[in-house]
Design a binder for this molecule. Sequence first.
Ligand SMILES: Cc1cc2nc3c(=O)[nH]c(=O)nc-3n(C[C@H](O)[C@H](O)[C@H](O)COP(=O)(O)O)c2cc1C
Ligand SMILES: O=C(O)C(=O)c1ccccc1
Length: 389
Amino acid sequence: MAKHWADLQYEIYLNGMTGTVPRLPTDLTRLEALTEQRLGPGPVGYVAGGAGDGSTARANRAALRRRRIVPRLLRDVHERDLSVEVLGRSLPAPLALAPVGVLSIMHPEAEPAAARAAAAQGVPFTLSSASSTPMEQVAEAMGDAERWFQLYWPKDREVARSFLRRAKAAGYSALFVTLDTPLLAWRPRDLDQAYLPFLHGVGTANYFSDPAFLAGLAKPVHEDPNAAVSHFVGMFSDPAKTWPDLAFLREHWDGPIVLKGVLHPDDARLAADAGMDGVVVSNHGGRQVAGSVAAADALPRVADAVGDRLDVLFDSGVRTGDDVFKALALGARAVLLGRPYVYGLGLDGRAGVEHVIRCLLAELDLTLALSGHAGPATPGRADLVEETS
Ligand SMILES: Cc1cc2nc3c(=O)[nH]c(=O)nc-3n(C[C@H](O)[C@H](O)[C@H](O)COP(=O)(O)O)c2cc1C
Ligand SMILES: O=C(O)C(=O)c1ccccc1
């Protein structure tokens, strides 16, 4: 049975008859400003900030806004089904939550709250390697709901192997390997405040609970937390990795593998040649390469290069239902939602994340219908025009 996402609209109007209005804005682009007002400058700067002067994050938004939908008429859209096949699974809508580290800086209930919200809506949750809650605890909060594990590929092979083993045992079905963060970028908002949560041992839960990681420490974490943090910083990622190293992941992970952070069509081809199951076209929300191509501008070229060989997913700049429509039309099979759900979490915990998911999908459902599409498979490039000025 297809879920009727747009019913949220009537639910909100009906609640209005008894004087109740939504606790958070239904225009999700307003959440960032609200979070800026309500939460501390360190956490807000960390989430909202980007690399360099922030122009890449703005370019992500501009590249989506510049594309305009050309609606079609009289195409029978009264029955709609947003479900889609991604990585061999059927999802109720072309949406998953993106991996975002250190969610405890936004809300004390952190990842389990976001994961429960995703599970309640049937949307996959992607857990970051740098979560503030160990992966097993997040899995427990989700029951048997769909979950994916994002790997920051540790330098130490034993820790990498151990993460993969633990993720599999905890029921994460797909592996998202983030390749655009071999180093943390120059991020002035964090630098100006000297704010980096990991140095305080926040976002290290998967490491500090890992037997292979702990085996490398001379003393238990609580006896020498600084040594544990240095050990984490030293192995968090490995800028020396190259394409042949992907064989290691194939050997130790028997489910789908998706490479996150692909922007060049040649890298997408290399991913397909290496037998990967998907790519996420992403510039990490403008947080890594300052001045990089906007993700939505990279998407059509990647989709043309490999769209028939693997699943092309997309993130970086998605804020509204029409953004999702545009990503689908440019060749994405599904999108990952980043900052908006993090703001929802910061503002209203699990309920805030559910609000964000439901609003986004209601808006997508209506945008599809009003543009003449009964599902996510039919929008294409002919349904968009690009503003030139
Ligand atoms: C605060 C924050 C933390 C993030 N942490 C991770 C992470 O741990 N792993 C990862 O692969 N991507 C991480 N990302 C990137 C997101 O997965 C996603 O690519 C990005 O948020 C998309 O941009 P948008 O939120 O502007 O749409 C993070 C993003 C933010 C905003
Ligand atoms: O901040 C980020 O964008 C990010 O991906 C990250 C990097 C290291 C630890 C946690 C999150």
